[in-house]
Ligand binder design. Structure first.
Ligand code: SAM
Length: 279
């Protein structure tokens, strides 16, 4: 087998979701570097693959990384896998890929399962642009800050979330992005209890609150793009900022400054100020 580092996606639930090329690669490489060897040993055994395994995660010592690099420099092929899905996507591998690139070791990424893309493809939310955030911070204050910075991001937002935090995250998202913003909760993809539910953020929150089963298992939360900012869609805090600045400056200047900060078109902000004065 050609020497190099093979990035091999593995199933995110349904064990049939592995490509023939992934199986061939895992069978013929000299070594499989895995996030959790016990977990991956079971996976390989399921497919009758006996290739040796070693542990690799982003906190392994320099020495382990150096050993892997030395083997590939010496002509061996090594596969990198994580517990599920595509390595490096909210999973270990980034440091190893960079280190291998620096030594001119070929990197061969294989296409395959990824929870974010699987969820997006079935969500019925716009797919022409999307923004993958991965895991939000666990603490509410930092999570809210991050959500605030993403609320106007163009395209569908994709988050991974732990089951015990989904309710709190939906509550924060509802407050920050607006209760009517369209969203999808994709749960247990490719598994027995697979559920994809599309609703408003507040609708999803009510749903998971009413049925604790919906808080169980693996979750991807997708939030549809913000509407084109319009007069009505102006966020309360932007409205307050606009009115406060307009107390000190003429409407056109106030609108232009708030537009720079918020991304809302200056014309919309200006109209907003003028219409308010007319009322
Ligand atoms: N590398 C993986 C990938 O390609 O999707 C993601 C690994 S990340 C550590 C694990 C998170 O992915 C879970 O907490 C969950 O948010 C999401 N996830 C993984 N499998 C899933 C599934 N079957 N259904 C829904 N979400 C899943």
């Amino acid at each position: 087998m050609e020497r190099g580092l093979y990035i091999v996606p593995t199933p995110i639930g349904n064990l049939a979701d592995i490509t023939q090329r992934a199986l061939d690669t895992l069978t013929h490489v000299a070594l499989v570097a895995a996030e959790d060897t016990r977990h991956s040993r079971k996976l390989l055994a399921h497919y009758g693959i006996e290739t040796p395994l070693c542990a690799y995660h982003d906190h392994v010592s320099e020495e382990v990384t150096e050993q892997l690099l030395a083997r590939m420099i010496g002509g061996e092929a090594i596969a990198l896998i994580s517990d599920a899905g595509t390595p490096l996507v909210s999973d270990p591998g980034f440091r190893l890929v960079r280190a291998a690139q620096a030594k001119n070791i070929p990197i061969i990424p294989l296409p395959g399962p990824c929870a974010a893309i699987t969820a997006l493809s079935g969500a019925g939310l716009p797919t022409d642009r999307f923004f993958f955030e991965g895991f939000l911070p666990a603490k509410s204050q930092q999570r809210r800050k991050r959500l605030e910075s993403l609320q106007r991001q163009a395209g569908t937002l994709i988050f991974y979330e732990a089951p015990h935090r989904i309710k709190a995250t939906l509550a924060d998202a509802t407050e920050i992005m607006g209760s009517e913003r369209e969203a999808v909760l994709a749960r247990e993809l490719s598994k027995t209890f697979e559920t994809l539910r599309r609703d408003s953020l507040s609708g999803l929150l009510a749903w998971v609150e009413a049925d604790v089963n919906q808080q169980r298992g693996e979750q991807v939360l997708l939030i549809g793009p913000a509407d084109e900012p319009s007069d009505n869609a102006l966020l309360e805090k932007d409205r307050q900022l606009l009115f406060r600045i307009a107390e000190e400056l003429p409407p056109r200047k106030a609108a232009s400054i708030v537009s720079e900060v918020t991304g809302v078109k200056a014309r919309i902000l200006y109209d907003h100020l003028i219409n308010r004065e007319k009322k």
